[in-house]
Design a binder for this molecule. Structure first.
Ligand code: SME
Length: 158
């Protein structure tokens, strides 16, 4: 397939995700390499929605280690239970943070990040990483984002 993304400029959030998901499915389904798939998912999210930062952290021992991402350089290691990412890992659930300054222990990789959503990746019942998406706008993420981003990370087969 052509490695080109089609996303309507003026579609609703739901319409954009609905168009994006089959394209991501096409990009990832025959590719077994996890880094390649994470890289394309991060690029597609950035391209489709213009997020400030979109990328992955992978569980390595008792830390999260930076994986493929799009956006400004970021912290490379996050401890279990620390920050939004480490908390989403510990609680094994998606966290929506409307204002990062109100989240105790938030790790500010960039002072421009204002709100954030973190979605855990599962290998069986174990969290093996997280998808982290940051916005430079307050309150940028909703349950709609959570629902679709969870669908998107389920394309990664660990
Ligand atoms: N803010 C995150 C750290 C990762 S960066 O935003 C890319 C956190 O508190 O876990």
């Amino acid at each position: 397939m052509a490695e080109e993304l089609y996303v309507p400029l003026n579609g609703s959030l739901k319409e954009k995700y609905e168009l994006l998901i089959p394209q991501l499915q096409g990009l990832t389904q025959d590719e077994p390499d996890m880094v390649a798939n994470m890289a394309n998912i991060a690029a597609a999210l950035k391209e489709a929605f213009g997020f400030f930062w979109a990328g992955f952290y992978r569980v390595e021992g008792n830390q999260l280690v930076l994986g493929p991402f799009q956006g400004p350089v970021a912290c490379t290691r996050i401890a279990y239970g620390r920050g939004v990412c480490g908390t989403a890992w510990k609680e094994a659930k998606t966290l929506i943070v409307p204002d990062v300054n109100q989240f105790p222990g938030h790790i500010a990789c960039s002072s421009r990040s204002r709100s954030e959503i973190v979605v855990p990746l599962f290998s069986g019942h174990m969290v093996c990483g997280v998808l982290d998406v940051d916005s430079d706008q307050l309150d940028a993420f909703s349950e709609t984002d959570a629902w679709y981003l969870e669908k998107i990370v389920s394309l990664l087969k660990f």
